[in-house]
Design a binder for this molecule. Structure first.
Ligand code: NAI
Length: 461
C-alpha cells in the first residue's frame, strides 16, 4: 500500500491549491480526480469556459451594435459559432494542462480515478487499471458541487440541461428559457441573448441575484432588460419537458412557455455521496454539505474538507482561500479566513462585484452607516470606453468611517473590487481611500470619488 503525508480528493481550485501549498510546505502529496482534465468544474465546465464565451459574445454584440459609434464600419457581422466554441475549448485545454504541469512541478503524485474512503486513513482509488489502496496521515476532501435541479424538470442532457450543456450548444437556440436569475442564469443567458437567442429568465423571487445589494440588482435588471433579456419574476417553475421538436416549461398559475432549449440554473448541490464518508464517520449537515470546524476538520480525525462541498459561497477563490488556510493549519497550526472580505463577481455587462455587507443587511443589523455613491457616467475613462452605466457604492461605518461594504455595477467591476477587498480586509476608512492617489484617467477614480462622496466631498459630481 502506498503511503503519502496528504491525499487530496478533487483537483478543482480547492483541491489543486491545497496540494500545491502542502507540497510547498514539504509534505508528500497525492491528488486524485476522476477526470483526466484537471482543474475541476471551474476550469472544465464553469468559470473559465463561461468567461471565454462571455468575452466572445460581447465582442460579437459590440461589433454589430457599438463599433459604429467609434466610427468603425464593419458591414454585416457574421457568427462562426463552431470557431467560437473551439476557441473556448482551447482555453480550457491550455489551463487544465497548466494545472497538470503545476502538480508535476511540485512533485505531487496524480491519480486519475474515483476515490473512496475505506477505513481510518485509508482509501481506494479505482482507475482504468483497477483498484489501488492508499493511505495518508491526512485526507482532504475537495470534491466540489454539481448543478441542482427541480422536481418535475426532466433533464435530458441536451435540450433541457444545466450550465454544462449550455456551454456547448451547437447552434444558437431561437428561444431559450433560463430557470433562475442567479449568477449562472444571468451570465449564460446573456451569452446566448447576445448571439441572437430570445431569452426569457424565470425567477421565483421578485428580484434577480438574491443576496446581492438590492439597489445594484434593481439597476442591473433594468440594464439587462434594455439589452434584450426578458424577465418573469415571481415565476415558480413546476416542470419542464421535451415535447416533439420543442420544450415546454410549466410555471404555477400561468400558461406553459414553449421554447427550444432550457437552462436550469437553480443552484448547486455538494458532491458528498459515494465517497465512503460513512465508513469513517464523516458527518453531513441537513443539506448534505460536509460539516467542518474552523480548521476544516470533519468529525473524523485526519479527514478535512474545503470548497463547495462544505457550503457557503460557491466560489473558486473561496475554495482556494480555504485550501491554503486548511493546509497551513495542518502544517503550522495557524491559518484562517475572513469570509467578510471574500468578493463576488457576476461577469455580465456591466459586471457586478461586491465585498462586505449589503445596505439591507446593515439596516437589518441596526448598524449606522454613511453611503457614498459615484456614477461611471461622471468618469472620463468610462466615457472613452463608451461604458457609462452603473455606479460605485461605498458603505462606511458612521462612527469609525471603516468600510463595511462595497458594491459596484459597471465596467471591469470584477477588477475594481480588488481595492475594496484590500480596504475591508485591513480595516481601512473611506478617508484612507480618499487620501490615495488614483491614476487619471482610469476607472479606479470612481472608487476614490465614492469614498469622497461618503463625506459629501466628491469632486466630479
Ligand atoms: P444561484 O443560487 O445563484 O441562483 C439560483 C436562482 O434560481 C435563485 O435566484 C433562485 O431564487 C432561483 N430559483 C430557485 N428555484 C426556482 C424555481 N422553482 N423557479 C424559478 N426560479 C427558481 O444559483 P446558480 O446561478 O445556479 O449558481 C450556482 C452557484 O454557482 C452559486 O452559488 C454561484 O455563486 C456560483 N457561481 C458563481 C459565479 C461567479 O462567481 N461569477 C458564476 C456561476 C456560478
Amino acid at each position: 500500500m502506498k503511503t503519502h503525508d496528504l491525499i487530496v480528493i478533487g483537483a478543482g481550485p480547492g483541491g489543486y491549491t491545497a496540494a500545491i501549498r502542502a507540497a510547498q510546505l514539504g509534505l508528500d502529496v497525492a491528488c486524485i480526480d476522476k477526470e483526466p482534465l484537471l482543474g475541476g468544474t471551474c476550469l472544465r465546465i464553469g468559470c473559465i469556459p463561461s468567461k471565454a464565451l462571455l468575452e466572445s459574445s460581447e465582442l460579437y454584440r459590440e461589433a454589430g451594435k457599438s463599433f459604429a459609434q467609434h466610427g468603425i464600419e464593419l458591414g454585416e457581422v457574421g457568427l462562426d459559432l463552431a470557431k467560437m466554441l473551439s476557441r473556448k475549448e482551447r482555453i480550457v485545454k491550455a489551463l487544465t494542462m497548466g494545472v497538470a504541469s503545476l502538480l508535476k512541478k511540485n512533485k505531487i503524485t496524480s491519480y486519475t480515478g474515483t476515490a473512496r474512503l475505506v477505513g481510518d486513513k485509508r482509501l481506494t482509488v479505482t482507475t482504468a487499471e483497477g483498484d489501488e489502496e492508499l493511505s495518508a496521515a491526512h485526507i482532504l476532501i475537495a470534491t466540489g458541487s454539481r448543478p441542482a435541479t427541480l422536481p418535475g424538470v426532466e433533464l435530458d442532457g441536451d435540450r433541457i440541461g444545466t450550465s454544462t450543456e449550455t456551454l456547448s450548444y451547437g447552434e444558437v437556440p431561437p428561444r431559450l428559457v433560463v430557470i433562475g436569475a442567479g449568477y449562472i442564469g444571468l451570465e449564460l443567458g446573456t451569452v446566448w441573448q447576445r448571439l441572437g437567442s430570445e431569452v426569457t429568465v424565470l425567477e421565483y423571487l421578485d428580484r434577480i441575484l438574491p443576496g446581492t445589494d438590492g439597489e445594484i440588482a434593481g439597476e442591473a435588471q433594468k440594464l439587462f432588460k434594455k439589452q434584450g433579456l426578458n424577465f418573469r419574476l415571481g415565476s415558480q417553475v413546476s416542470g419542464a419537458r421535451v415535447a416533439g421538436d420543442h420544450c415546454v416549461v410549466e410555471c404555477v398559475g400561468v400558461d406553459p412557455i414553449e421554447c427550444d432549449r432550457v437552462l436550469v440554473a437553480v443552484g448547486r448541490k455538494p458532491n458528498s455521496h459515494g465517497l465512503g464518508l460513512e465508513t469513517v464517520g464523516v458527518k453531513l449537515n441537513d443539506k448534505d454539505f460536509i460539516s467542518v470546524d474552523e480548521q476544516f476538520k470533519t468529525s473524523s480525525p485526519g479527514v478535512y474538507a474545503v470548497g463547495d462541498v462544505i457550503g457557503g459561497a460557491m466560489l473558486a477563490h473561496k475554495a482556494e482561500d480555504e485550501a491554503v488556510a486548511c493546509i497551513e493549519q495542518i502544517v503550522n497550526g495557524t491559518g484562517d479566513i475572513d469570509y467578510n472580505a471574500i468578493p463576488s463577481v457576476a461577469y455580465t455587462n456591466p459586471e457586478i462585484a461586491a465585498v462586505g455587507k449589503t445596505e439591507e443587511s446593515l439596516q437589518a443589523a441596526g448598524i449606522e452607516f454613511r453611503k457614498g455613491v459615484f456614477p461611471f457616467r461622471a468618469n472620463g475613462r468610462a466615457r472613452a470606453l463608451a461604458q457609462m452605466d452603473g455606479f460605485v457604492k461605498i458603505l462606511a461605518d458612521a462612527a469609525t468611517d471603516r468600510l463595511l461594504g462595497v458594491h459596484i455595477l459597471g465596467p471591469r467591476a470584477g477588477d475594481l473590487i480588488a481595492e475594496a477587498v484590500l480596504a475591508i480586509k485591513h480595516g481601512l476608512t473611506a478617508t484612507d481611500i480618499a487620501h490615495c492617489s488614483h491614476a487619471h484617467p482610469t476607472l479606479s477614480e470612481t472608487f476614490r470619488e465614492a469614498a469622497l462622496a461618503v463625506h459629501d466631498r466628491a469632486i466630479h459630481i
